[in-house]
Design a protein around this ligand. Structure first.
Ligand code: HEM
Length: 137
């Protein structure tokens, strides 16, 4: 695998642990009434998720940066990749709704319900990333 592919794999596993911790911290913060910390962490994590996706897609432009994936792992990769898009777009919608939409808007009214689903799917995505590291390193 090319050096970009190796760097992506190792940076990815370190980021998976860090962001899983920050995500749980962001959730805990708002349950303890610290909305500012919750807001800042969620905005940081959503921005970093888009940066991660850009770095992931860049691999397709660099020869040898994509690891060999055995056919039996393709269904798992498809599930992991598809589920990962839900908290990415979901968190972005919740943030934009809090920043620019009316208080009564749908995402603001059901923020905590969507939020709990997106945080759990986001945790699943990070844990999936850890599994992928061991599958493809
Ligand atoms: C600008 C960004 C954000 C702000 C200002 C914000 C603010 C808040 C506030 C004020 C609450 C308290 C309940 C409520 O108002 O409904 C809350 C709850 C919650 N938020 Fe956010 N939030 C933001 C982004 C996010 C994102 C991106 C997620 C998840 C991906 C999220 C997940 C949650 C969860 C799970 C709760 C409920 C906690 C619980 O009671 O279990 N928030 N948020």
């Amino acid at each position: 695998m090319s050096s970009y592919g190796d760097v992506f794999l190792y940076v990815g596993i370190v980021w998976a642990f860090i962001s899983l911790g920050l995500l749980l911290l962001a959730w805990r913060a708002v349950t303890q009434g610290n909305v500012q910390l919750h807001k800042r962490l969620m905005i940081f994590l959503a921005v970093m998720a888009w940066v991660f996706i850009a770095a992931y897609l860049l691999r397709y432009k660099i020869p040898g940066a994509i690891p060999e994936i055995a056919p039996q792992y393709i269904p798992w990769i498809a599930i992991h990749g598809t589920i990962a898009l839900v908290p990415l777009f979901g968190a972005t919608c919740l943030i934009l709704a809090r920043l620019i939409s009316r208080k009564e808007s749908h995402f603001n009214c059901y923020h905590r319900y969507y939020g709990r689903v997106f945080v759990l799917l986001w945790c699943f995505t990070h844990l999936g990333g850890m599994v992928n590291f061991w599958l493809f390193k």
